[in-house]
Ligand binder design. Structure first.
Ligand code: GDP
Ligand code: PGA
Ligand code: MN
Length: 602
């Protein structure tokens, strides 16, 4: 091994420090990237406290990070991004497969050779005057067979600091990579942060990512959306597992039994909040508890007993700040009292982080751009401002999140922002129907991606921006889990965002969502009835515990009702959507849509 790294080191275009691992293929790739990007120095990250402290000091010195109030928020920092670089850029995100059809109509596509040529031209010499960081990371518990490793090369110390929180990073992952010899290659540069020179490209057939021109989380922390969803979904399809945009929670009842639930909601539609839910007063007194396994990504595969076992590939939370308060999400608020990086929030006079909805009685003096706060000029915190924090700081963090075997999933939940038509909860009849419920998901767009907010779009399984291959093949893959011996979870759909005629939310949401989870587990255990409708099983009257919840007649009707005419139109639109994928769309799904459309006519 040493001899091979020595050979790499002797090659002419190789920068010093590129022989940092025992794996020849890794050293060679680092050398190749260095030859292209021409950094002044190469730093192999070991993930140590000393390394992190040095990077933080350097970023404080150059203004990348601003230290926050040490008394109220120890070891926490504010980062102000470029004002044009505040969210994911779906229109600049590509999946580069040999055949265009393999990427599907759900992705922007470029031929791999063209994608590489375009990106390599941008990367040419881009790290001159900068340090190139090599970040070995592991997605998932370091000793789990479900985990997968990657290496991100970046010129951004902010990315290094965030990756250290969001993944298992440094020496241990490097050792695993050296043992396995296989890893996802992610190349990132902030470039000039020019939106005209910004692209996020994926080469799933080569397990490679190239991202240029953005420092924003979803575009730049390549372990997250790029690896753990786009590349992993592609890999999962060929290896027989699922890489999903789902939170994972454990619901413990007063008898001490814990059931695990995975839920897919689009970005900024309530994953972090549900994952950290605190039960309403009475439930708490009875001994109900929610354990957080993950808040954004779920990798799952069938175990020997036929159940699906899930891990959270991440080690931290990259959460939406606005709306996070002691009332809405106390666990998140407690998590971010120390050792947190805040991006694009406002600041108070005594240098505490501040955002709309924090509701702590304080006022901002500076907005997210660093200007004097003026309510007339917009919010203090950017609507997609974020916190990055280790999951271990979350009071509800489940010890099972570190279990190499994963947790068994009892229920899968789909949901989105649906101001009309869609009731609070319904249950799919079987797996095929459940896959259709996921495939037909719709939601209003949010500030998590650039572009218009509040526009309805189909977002199957909350994976529209994240599925690394053709949705038709993805649904086929989902259907394939329904096999003899499989003990699959029940599938549900929820809508926390139903609005009344006056435009306000009809369901109190947040902690009260526990009532819906309770019903789901009763259904899983065969302890609750249901009302059969063409769209699935709705809860029977009074089987969801609404003690202490005040609902108007309008709310009751809309949250628990079934609106036949509206659903007829919805199913016509779902049929059109499935047809957009042509003959590749699995017949079983089209048949299911037809069956329900017909039942809705009667
Ligand atoms: P994520 O990006 O999917 O993890 O979403 P978050 O949990 O960060 O929530 C995004 C936004 O939705 C925040 O403004 C929350 O306050 C809001 N939200 C979350 N859960 C609920 C809920 O049950 N009801 C309502 N009305 N809003 C919610
Ligand atoms: P999220 O996405 O809103 O699903 O947490 C984070 C991101 O856009 O990177
Ligand atoms: Mn989130």
């Amino acid at each position: 091994m040493n001899a091979i790294s020595h050979d790499v080191a002797k090659q002419p275009a190789v920068a010093p420090g590129s022989e940092g691992s025992k794996l020849a293929a890794l050293n060679a790739w680092v050398a190749e990237v260095a030859a292209l990007t021409k950094p002044d120095a190469i730093h192999w990250c070991d993930g140590s406290d000393a390394e992190n402290a040095a990077l933080i000091a350097q970023m404080q010195a150059d203004g990348t990070l601003i230290k926050l109030n040490e008394t109220t928020h120890p070891n926490s920092y504010l980062h102000r991004s470029h004002p044009d670089d505040v969210a994911r850029v779906e229109h600049l995100t590509f999946v580069c497969t040999t055949k265009q059809d393999d990427a599907g109509p759900n992705n922007h596509w470029m031929a791999p050779a063209d994608g590489h040529a375009k990106m390599d031209a941008l990367f040419d010499g881009c790290m001159k005057g900068r340090t190139m960081y090599v970040i070995p990371y592991c997605m998932g518990p370091i000793d789990s067979p479900l985990s997968r490793c990657g290496v991100e090369i970046t010129d951004s110390p902010y990315v290094v600091a965030n990756m250290r929180i969001m993944t298992r990073m440094g020496a241990a992952p490097l050792a695993r990579i050296e043992r396995e010899g296989k890893f996802v290659r992610g190349l990132h540069s902030i470039g000039e942060l020019d939106p005209e020179r910004r692209f996020i490209m994926h080469f799933p057939e080569e397990l490679t990512i190239k991202s240029f021109g953005s420092g924003y989380g979803g575009n730049a922390l390549l372990g997250k959306k790029c690896h753990a969803l786009r590349i992993a979904s592609h890999q999962a399809r060929s290896e027989g597992w699922l890489a999903e945009h789902m939170l994972i929670l454990g619901l413990e009842n007063p008898q001490g039994e814990t059931h695990y639930i995975a839920a897919a909601f689009p970005s900024a539609c309530g994953k972090t909040n549900l994952a950290m839910l605190i039960p309403p007063e009475g439930y708490r007194a009875d001994g109900w508890k929610v354990w957080t396994v993950g808040d954004d990504i779920c990798w799952m595969r069938p175990g020997a007993d036929g159940r699906l076992y899930a891990i959270n590939p991440e080690a931290g939370f990259f959460g939406v700040a606005p709306g996070t308060s002691a009332k809405s999400n106390p666990n998140a608020l407690k998590s971010i009292q120390s050792n947190t990086i805040f991006t694009n929030v406002g600041v108070t006079a005594d240098n505490q982080p501040w955002w709309e909805g924090l509701d702590d009685g304080q006022q901002p003096v500076t907005d997210w751009r660093g200007n004097a706060y003026d309510a007339a000029k917009g919010p203090a915190a950017h609507p997609n401002s974020r916190f990055t924090v280790s999951a271990r700081q979350c009071p509800s963090y489940s010890p099972e999140a570190e279990n190499a075997a994963g947790v068994p999933i009892s229920a899968i939940v789909f949901g989105g922002r649906r101001p009309s038509l869609v009731p609070l909860v319904f249950e799919a009849r079987d797996w095929t129907h459940g896959v259709l419920v996921g495939a037909a998901m719709g939601s209003e767009t949010t500030a998590a991606a650039t572009g218009a907010v509040g526009v309805m779009r189909r977002d199957p399984m909350a994976m529209k921006p994240f599925c690394g291959y053709n949705f038709a093949d993805y649904f086929t893959h989902w259907l394939s889990f329904d096999q003899a011996g499989a003990k699959l979870p029940k599938i549900f759909h929820v809508n926390w965002f139903r609005k009344g005629d006056d435009g306000s939310f009809l369901w109190p949401g947040f902690g009260e969502n526990l009532r819906v989870l309770e019903w789901m587990i009763q259904r899983v255990k065969g302890e609750a009835g249901s009302v059969e409708t063409p769209i699935g099983h709705l809860p029977k009257d009074d089987e969801i515990n609404l003690d202490g919840v005040e609902l108007t007649d309008e709310a009751r009707a809309k949250l628990f009702g079934f609106e036949r005419e509206g659903w007829q139109a919805e199913f016509a639109s779902i049929g059109d959507y499935l047809d957009e994928y042509g003959p590749r769309m699995p017949q079983a799904l089209k048949d299911e849509q037809q069956r329900i459309a017909k039942a809705l006519q009667n």
